[in-house]
Design a protein around this ligand. Sequence first.
Ligand code: 4NP
Length: 149
Amino acid sequence: MVCLGNICRSPLAEGLMRSKLNFTKFNVDSAGTSGGHKGEAPDKRSIEIAAKNSLDISQQRSRKLTVEDLEEFDYIYVMDSSNLTDVLGMTTTDSQRQKIRKILDVSFPGEDLDVPDPYYGGDQGFVNIYKMLDQVTTSIGKELESKEN
Ligand code: 4NP
C-alpha cells in the first residue's frame, strides 16, 4: 500500500488489508514515495479513525518505498495518480509495472479515481478515506483469497 507520506492513507490501507487477509499467507506492508516522514507513527487522525473502528495502526512507522519492494511484493496498490507516476518512475521491468494498480480501480474500473490526500484537510477527510479503503480492501481481500488459494 503506497501513498506520499506513509502517515495518512497507506497506514490505514495496510491495517485494513491485513485485517482482511489470512496473515499466514499474505505479507502486507505500506510505504511512502517521499520518505519525508520516515520513522514517524501514522498521523493522529488516521490512528483515531482506525481506533474508532477497532483497528490499531499506532505501531506502524513510516518508511520510503524502495526498488527492492517492487521485486518483493506481488501486488502494489497506490492511492492516487501522482503516486502512480512516482512509482512507475522507479520501475525497471514490465513485470514490476504490471504489479502496480491505483487502488480504487479495483472497485471502480475505468474511472481513474484517487483516494484524496487528507493531510491538509479536516477530520471528515479521514472519515471519507477510511470508508473508501474499508470497502476496497474487502474487495481486494476476496480477489486475492480466491486467486492465491
Ligand atoms: P499521505 O498524506 O500521503 O496519505 O501519508 C500526506 C502526508 C504528509 C504530506 C502529504 C501527504 N506532507 O506533505 O508532509
